[in-house]
Design a protein around this ligand. Structure first.
Ligand SMILES: C[S@@+](CC[C@H](N)C(=O)[O-])C[C@H]1O[C@@H](n2cnc3c(N)ncnc32)[C@H](O)[C@@H]1O
Length: 197
């Protein structure tokens, strides 16, 4: 089964499993790592059903804007159908080939996306291309890399081998894509990597 179908099939139960009140509060606390500023233009790559929308919008305010992007039509449809502020737009597309202009975003957030990208080098180059010079890529997971690899290893076939790259591998992929000032926070219960375009 293609991954986009796999994720589309999960879309109807995604909020129930991942966007309850407790999870949203946890996400809000975790979102300090996104380094968002009022007025930021933000790409939420692999946005799923949109649990980041309230968290990001509260921080960027009405002067900012948010693009929700996912390749699974089920995720985008559910996301778009929920009430959302007017500065949020939706794009159904693959992160390996973004239908978005160069130098457009202050932040690209990839929350729980990276292991699922089949060609990380290409996707990272795309994130770099759409960021403004000095813009920030944030790769974030609310789980440690080992727990994440165990979770994916126990999952169904399309994502069973979606394992996390070693830190040195990710760092060199990010550098090859053009990112500088790369930082990696590899903790037992969360993982964040930042790179500046
Ligand atoms: C684990 S879910 C995380 C969803 C959301 N970021 C969240 O934290 O709730 C991964 C999401 O990435 C999307 N995705 C995976 N590969 C993608 C790709 N190549 N391009 C765009 N979206 C992708 C999936 O459809 C899915 O919605």
């Amino acid at each position: 089964m293609p991954k986009r179908v796999f994720f589309s099939d999960l879309s109807s139960s995604w909020d129930e499993q991942h966007a309850g009140q407790e999870e949203q509060e946890r996400l809000r606390l975790f979102s300090g790592h996104f380094r968002l500023r009022p007025g930021d233009r933000v790409l939420d790559a692999g946005c799923g059903s949109g649990r980041l929308i309230p968290v990001v919008c509260d921080q960027i305010g009405l002067d900012g804007s948010l693009v929700e992007l996912d390749f699974a039509c089920g995720m985008i449809e559910i996301n778009r159908s929920k009430p959302h502020p007017g500065n949020v737009t939706f794009v159904m597309a693959d992160a390996h080939s973004l239908p978005l202009p160069d130098n457009d975003f202050d932040k690209v957030i990839a929350l729980a996306l990276l292991p699922h990208l089949d060609d990380k080098a290409i996707a990272l180059k795309e994130f770099h291309r759409v960021l403004k010079p000095g813009g920030l890529l944030v790769i974030a997971h609310q789980m440690g890399r080992e727990a994440l690899d165990r979770l994916h290893g126990r999952s169904s076939e399309p994502i069973q081998r979606d394992l996390f790259p070693e830190n040195a591998v990710l760092e060199s992929l990010m550098a090859a894509a053009g990112f500088s000032a790369i930082e990696i926070l590899d903790e037992p219960d969360h993982y964040v990597a930042w790179g500046q375009a």
